[in-house]
Design a protein around this ligand. Structure first.
Ligand SMILES: [Zn+2]
Length: 290
């Protein structure tokens, strides 16, 4: 009996702690897109927890007690900032977190929105690259032993983002300028618009917190009729009814679903940032082709 018990103890000790295994750095990302960047840079050195998952709306997220515990344990907490995660400051304070908070949006040239700063900086790949550089630097500071790995991972990923950016420019350049005009549910594509030359109008502002007013909807319907908008898009984080109603009232085509503020579930084709951007460009190109 004793021998058996020792054997089990030895066996489980071996399983639980392989001799050079290293404890993974506990890291929290506020939402799915940042979570993807952090995983790309951190590789297997990190245990990444993402608070707002695929298809989730981080503007209006309701944190859970489990989120508070994850924040309390994290060594580094990556957030977007720019007014995106309004619920996060209180959560971090309540969790009495000792982790380093890294606000990635700080480094971008922020666009003003109608009711505050536009937080959707990731919709321009150049900003995604800034985020990745900041993630690399923050992880290297928190875990100096991993600095070489973070540097190599970030360099490989940044090269992929360069290729992605060029691919998007090329795909959208092929569409005649007067067709590059669409409607989305909320104003999430200002950075995309500025970088890639597709004009977006939206009944809801830069946050989904406030519902679109009757006047906003009427304004969009007028604009759609007047400006020859090519298509109305649904979003993975928003109720589809508003966009469908605008399409029905104007005769505009429903162009498909864009991934605005979150990755999608894998079967929808946007389970990581690069796939998400490719999906959006494909949907736009399809709807806007003459
Ligand atoms: Zn948004």
């Amino acid at each position: 009996m004793l021998t058996r018990r020792i054997f089990i103890a030895l066996a489980s000790a071996t399983l639980a702690a392989p001799s050079f295994a290293q404890e993974k750095l506990p890291v929290v990302a506020s939402f799915s897109i940042i979570g993807d960047f952090v995983k790309e840079v951190g590789g297997d050195r990190l245990a990444v927890t993402t608070l707002v998952g695929p298809d989730g709306d981080a503007h209006v997220y309701q944190p859970t007690p489990a989120d508070g515990r994850k924040i309390a344990q994290a060594k580094v907490i990556f957030v977007n900032g720019l007014g995106f995660e309004g619920w996060l400051e209180r959560l971090i304070a309540a969790a009495k977190s000792k982790g380093t908070i890294v606000t990635l949006g700080k480094g971008v040239a922020a666009r003003p929105g109608e009711e505050g700063t536009d937080p959707h900086a990731w919709q321009d790949v150049a900003n995604a690259k800034l985020y990745v550089g900041e993630i690399r630097d923050a992880l290297s500071a928190a875990d100096p032993a991993g600095a070489d790995a973070y540097k190599a991972n970030a360099a490989a990923y940044l090269a992929k983002l360069d290729a992605l950016d060029a691919e998007i420019v090329k795909a959208l350049e092929a569409i005649p300028k007067d067709r590059r005009r669409v409607v989305s549910t909320h104003d999430a594509f200002g950075y995309f618009s500025a970088r890639y030359g597709v004009a977006f109008i939206a009944p809801q502002g830069v946050s989904t917190e406030a519902e679109a007013s009757a006047r906003d909807i009427a304004r969009i319907i007028e604009a759609v009729k007047a400006q020859k908008v090519s298509a109305v898009f649904l979003e993975n984080i928003s109720d589809p009814r508003l966009a469908k109603r605008i399409a029905a009232e104007t005769g505009a085509r429903v162009g498909g679903t864009l991934f605005s503020d979150a990755l999608s579930e894998p079967k929808e084709g946007g389970a990581n940032y690069i796939d998400m951007m490719r999906h959006n460009v494909r949907e736009l190109a399809k709807a806007l082709a003459p």
